[in-house]
Design a protein. Structure first.
Length: 113
């Protein structure tokens, strides 16, 4: 398991409520939400950044996307949500264990993406 905060949460060392969990990933509320709904989809496999994923992670990456859609449905935000991956410190990544941010519940401006 990674030595990051997410590795510790996955290992059960830091008790954290799970919105969703399966054999490959967990989903938790972000501790500092940037939107009314702000959850993190985190693979159990400790990949540091998206750029570190390789061909052997293809199915896992697809699994995370499907989990995001399922969690969005579970939370009732499937009609309007945004998924973000920060890759690298210069892109704002602070926890070096791959994760997807799922944000919903506010108006998103067009522009950046
Ligand atoms: P990033 O900046 O993309 O690496 O995102 C890391 C995210 O993890 C930030 O949005 C933090 O608020 C969030 N975070 C850090 N520690 C925890 C924690 N213990 N539980 C839930 N979210 C956390």
């Amino acid at each position: 398991m990674s030595d990051t905060i997410f590795g510790k949460i996955i290992a059960g060392e830091i008790p954290t409520p799970k919105i969703y969990e399966d054999e490959h990933c967990i989903c938790i509320n972000d501790i500092a939400p940037q939107a009314p709904t702000h959850v993190l989809i985190i693979p159990k496999k400790p990949i540091a950044t998206l750029a570190d994923a390789d061909q052997t992670d293809q199915a896992l990456l697809g699994h995370l996307m499907l989990a995001a859609g399922n969690v969005a449905r579970q939370l009732g935000v499937e009609n309007a949500f945004r998924l973000i991956v920060n890759n690298g410190a210069d892109a704002g990544q602070t926890v070096f264990h791959l994760h997807l941010h799922l944000l919903a519940g506010k108006a998103f401006e067009e522009g950046m993406v």
